[in-house]
Design a binder for this molecule. Structure first.
Ligand code: B1M
Length: 208
């Protein structure tokens, strides 16, 4: 089945068309992961490229993001089919100063499917809120960052965990478009994951 119309409708911000396109693709037996990667995520990459070129502005990005999320909601039960017991408790959020949440939501969705209990702290999360979540029993802290300008707040969160005497009690996983393995190491995170499915595999390893 041709996924191009879904791709185009995300770019054009046509949420209703995205929903009907995703529904038809699922009905036609297209794998949810294929729809996610080849239509929804690919479209957001194109939106980012158009923004960089000055063809798209924040309102267009926002409308595309809403359309993508409408499609994602439909994919959720197919991506997150769980057959496992709680693997751990993860407090996940987008770091302070950053409002991007699609990738974070996707990672949370996949982790939920893998049996993790999710504490979703939302976006623009202060280091102290991650600390509070660790105090409330999270054994894994997951931080997402999409902006180079604020990604250092991941390091600030790790410092706050240290200051609260909690660093040895939790594992820290980081991810997001500008984050690299090297950056993760430099701030003292336990792991870096480049996408939602590797995040699930890595999170399982961290808490095993
Ligand atoms: Co923004 N934005 N944005 N934006 N936006 C980017 C990130 C940008 C790269 C666009 C560009 O220039 N090409 C650019 C950042 C440049 C930089 O920092 N170097 C940018 C900018 C500049 C901005 C503003 C500053 C624009 C402005 O106001 N002038 C502003 C900042 C606001 C703020 O946060 N304070 C802004 C605003 C927005 C919107 C609100 C309009 C909207 C977000 C809506 C929302 O999230 N609800 C938006 C969008 C949609 C984007 C792009 C187009 C798409 C992001 C996305 O959802 N991708 C983005 C361009 C791009 O990334 N191609 C862009 C799809 C998502 C599934 O991928 O989030 O990478 P991603 O997640 C992946 C992996 O990274 C990984 O797994 C996910 C699934 O595979 N992952 C993890 C993510 N988190 C993880 C955590 C883990 C593990 C893996 O462990 C815990």
């Amino acid at each position: 089945m041709d996924l191009k119309p879904i791709f185009e409708n995300v770019i054009e911000g046509q949420a209703d068309q995205v929903v009907s396109g995703v529904r038809s693709a699922l009905d036609a037996g297209v794998d949810a992961g294929v729809i996610l990667n080849q239509a929804l995520i690919a479209a957001m990459d194109e939106v980012g490229a158009r923004f960089e070129d000055g063809d798209f502005f924040v309102p267009e990005m926002l409308i595309s993001a809403r359309a993508m999320q409408a499609g994602l909601a439909l994919l959720k039960p197919h991506l997150a089919a769980t057959d496992q017991k709680a693997a751990g408790k993860i407090a996940i959020g987008t770091i302070k100063g950053d409002l991007h949440d699609i990738g974070k939501n996707l990672v949370a969705m996949m982790l939920e499917g893998a049996g993790f209990e999710i504490m979703d702290l939302g976006v623009d999360v202060e280091p102290q809120s991650f600390v509070a979540a660790a105090q409330e029993g999270a054994n894994l802290i997951g931080m997402s960052a999409l902006l180079t300008t604020t990604m250092n707040n991941m390091g600030a969160t790790i410092e706050a965990l240290k200051a609260a005497g909690l660093r040895d009690k939790v594992k820290v996983m980081v991810g997001g478009a500008p984050v690299t393995e090297e950056f993760a190491k430099s701030i003292g995170a336990d792991a870096f994951a480049s996408d939602a499915s590797s995040a699930t595999r890595i999170a399982r390893k961290l808490v095993s």
